[in-house]
Design a protein around this ligand. Structure first.
Ligand SMILES: [Zn+2]
Length: 741
């Protein structure tokens, strides 16, 4: 695939994009990057193709604005500013001035690509270009932009939109897009764009509760960095080794006002504390500063290597630098210059891994006091604890690339739908459509790999377009999926929760939902089936076979209550054998099993089979006179499928191959000489709970799924589920099939 990455900003903004770009390129995708002219060399040195995007950042906003005075007022004291329009205009004016030029670059960059990825600056221009090409948009955020809480910027956003509107309208006219009637954030959300949060969720613990209610797709991936080595690293490491660990000072890529005064202050403060100091110059020229025995001044260094070797880190509070000092597990003092940096400073203080002060208000005395504070042992302990909970840089890059790949792939599927439907024959009724196609993501393990499914135009049976086979399929099943005591990671976690529930040590909500584990799990709801067998009048000595029995847990359950003529068949178990209760299990397909049966059961197994009609035919042939088939499986003739579509939990891509509609099942039965005698819906509120989680991009194995376990919601869902089951609109049912008369 082709990925277009447009990133306007400083080195700190460009590096995360380049990190993702490198990973996508490594996976064999084609990359295109647009960055400010002074960053082209850096991006090319990382092995990525780059074109210049807009003017040099230094000349974009004037130096005063960048250094903070106006920009800070703009962000922080917006409603207190005497002339807000003037201030906002000062911030937005350069954006407008270069809008047309950025648009031109974006049009050529995104032409023919499968996804457009952007930073925050010119995100709105990029969104219009993505809309023009009908490709997905993803945005990288370095800190939370909230719609509620202490950082509300809604009035600002609206005012800003009013100011950029003319430029945007012109762009949209040029692209022949309809005139916009709502602000860009809403349009962007409506197109299903991804807001990747390029920082760690643990840095903003208060967000978890705040963002649950919202429907946006904004996954946290952790801070993205390339951890590039520099020429200075070796020199610095050996200097650190010659004495006690120093306090490290880093100031990012924007220049410090007065380098000489800054070094003077650092030297004096550290002398007073008896500490050594390492000053890392980024964008500042420190060549003409006073020299001290205990202060080493160097150029840019690799923070990932240097920070962990220091006692404490003092920096400007850039997103990337803050993440580096937090990941290093050392106490941090943030001396911020601009409002976005003060956000990070505030979090450092809030997490009690350091403290914060405005750089312009810093004196030698305040520096001594602040350093003394963060050098207390509690800060180091907490910093180390926080570091252990943060995402590893390599994992962050992998996760971000996974997300972009999935978003692009999903869109490719959806686009194909619009062009042409699927014309394959329906596996149940044979209709050749054209059928509507959907991209369904793998969400049980959360790989989010999309798979194409279609809904039969005639009978509404949902089914995968191409059946996976062999290794390709096997990798989507957990190990021990079929064994008796299956305990893949997910089940272990849920089981622990249930144990905690039963022993009254918490986990209540998860415990209540466990009875409703989704299909495909070994632990199936058994009470319902026992009740059903009683209703059907199945005798204890009836010949019963469970097809797709796995390890035979259900058979054992039936054996313990007195059924005496049981057996199981499953071609995917390791070998022939017996359950702990002595029920024989055969590693065979049903068609290969000798003899005849009074009851042939499929307990959430038929939906895993590529040719359900052939399987039902085999069942028909093995039915003794008066025998019945019992087929329990999910059905697309359900309310939840209509409500949740792609996010419906029971699609369980790619493991479920055919999810019959009630009509599709009737047709399939008729084809082989069977008929549906009755159905019994046995859905649980799980249908709502997990579908809701998937809709919020929370995978089944993600512990964050507990957010959806509110007692009130569960009560409501349970009630609704009971209603739907009665009405025959549940998302799973038991079909009782008898021989057609
Ligand atoms: Zn059909």
């Amino acid at each position: 695939m082709i990925f277009a990455l447009a990133c306007y900003g400083t080195r700190g903004d460009v590096e995360p994009c380049a990190a993702i770009g490198r990973e996508l390129q490594r996976r064999g995708h084609q990359l295109r990057m647009a960055v400010p002219p002074e960053q082209v060399g850096f991006v090319e040195s990382a092995g990525l193709p780059a074109v210049a995007y807009g003017p040099e950042v230094e000349s974009f906003w004037n130096a005063d604005f960048l250094r903070g005075s106006t920009k800070t007022d703009f962000f922080r004291n917006f409603w207190r500013v005497r002339d807000p329009i003037r201030v906002v205009r000062q911030a937005v004016e350069p954006l407008i001035r270069h809008w047309g030029e950025m648009n031109t670059t974006l049009i050529s960059l995104a032409d023919g690509s499968d996804l457009l990825f952007t930073g925050l600056l010119y995100r709105d221009a990029a969104a219009n270009v993505a809309e023009y090409y009908d490709i997905p948009l993803a945005t990288l955020h370095h800190f939370p932009i909230r719609t509620s809480g202490p950082l509300v910027r809604i009035p600002l956003e609206q005012l800003a939109w009013r100011l950029i509107k003319r430029a945007e309208d012109a762009q949209r006219r040029e692209l022949k897009l309809p005139k916009a009637t709502v602000p860009p954030p809403r349009r962007i959300a409506e197109r299903g764009s991804l807001d990747i949060q390029g920082y760690d969720e643990v840095c903003f613990p208060e967000l978890a509760a705040e963002w649950t209610k919202e429907n946006d797709r904004r996954p946290f991936v952790g801070t993205l960095t390339m951890e590039l080595a520099t020429d200075a690293d070796n020199d610095v490491t050996s200097w650190i080794a010659t004495g006690t660990p120093p306090v490290c000072f880093g100031f990012g890529s924007l220049p410090v006002g007065s380098p000489a005064d800054t070094v003077e202050m650092i030297g004096a403060a550290c002398a007073q504390l008896g500490e050594r100091a390492l000053v890392c110059a980024g964008g500042t020229d420190f060549s003409d500063v006073p020299r001290f025995e205990h202060v080493k001044v160097v150029g840019p260094v690799n923070y990932a290597e240097v920070f962990p070797a220091c006692r404490a880190v003092v920096h400007h509070g850039g997103a990337g630098t803050t993440a580096a000092s937090m990941r290093a597990g050392v106490p941090t003092l943030v001396l911020w210059g601009t409002e976005d940096q003060s956000i990070w400073g505030a979090q450092v203080k809030r997490l009690r891994v350091g403290t914060v002060r405005r750089f312009s208000a810093t004196t030698r005395e305040s520096l001594v006091a602040d350093l003394r504070q963060i050098l207390e042992p509690g800060y180091l302990t907490r910093a180390q604890e926080l570091a252990a909970r943060m995402t590893k840089p390599a994992d962050s890059v992998t996760r971000a690339a996974d997300l972009l790949e999935a978003l692009a792939l999903r869109h490719v599927f959806e686009k194909e739908d619009q062009v042409s439907g699927v014309d394959k024959p329906c596996r149940l009724c044979g209709s050749t459509g054209p059928h509507d196609k959907f991209a369904i993501r793998e969400m049980m393990f959360g790989t989010r790999e999309p798979f194409a499914y279609f809904v039969c135009a005639a009978c509404e049976t949902l089914q995968i377009v191409d059946t996976l086979e062999g290794e390709e399929l096997a990798q989507h099943y957990p190990p021990n999926y079929y064994s008796y005591s299956a305990s893949p990671k997910l089940i272990q976690w849920l089981t622990t929760q249930q144990d905690r529930y039963e022993t009254h040590t918490g986990g209540r909500a998860v415990g209540t939902v466990l009875a409703a584990l989704p299909t495909g799990f070994v632990r199936v709801v058994m009470t319902d089936i026992i009740r059903l067998l009683q209703q059907l009048g199945v005798r204890l000595d009836a010949r019963i076979i469970d097809v797709g029995c796995g390890g035979g847990m259900l058979l054992d359950r039936l054996a313990t209550i007195g059924f005496s003529n049981l057996s199981g068949a499953d071609p995917f178990i390791e070998a022939d054998g017996h359950t702990p209760q002595g029920v024989p299990l055969a590693k065979r397909y049903l068609s290969e099993v000798p003899g005849e049966f009074d009851l042939i059961m499929f307990n959430h197994s038929l939906e895993h089979m590529p040719d359900p009609v052939a399987t039902l035919r085999a069942a028909r042939e093995k039915l003794a006179p008066g025998g019945k088939c019992l087929v329990r499986l999910p059905t697309s003739s359900s309310e939840v499928w209509k409500l949740y579509k792609q996010d419906w939990v029971q699609i369980d891509a790619p493991r479920h191959i055919v999810i019959p509609s009630r009509q599709g099942m009737a047709i399939a039965a008729e084809t082989v000489g069977l008929q549906v005698e009755k159905t019994h819906d046995d859905s649980t509120f799980f249908q709502f709970l997990v579908s809701e989680a998937y809709r919020h991009d929370i995978a089944l194995n993600d512990p964050k799924i507990v957010r959806f376990f509110g007692p009130l919601r569960i009560r409501r869902w349970r009630k609704r589920t009971e209603q739907l089951n009665r009405q025959g609109l549940g998302d799973q049912t038991a079909f009782v099939l008898g021989v057609a008369k």
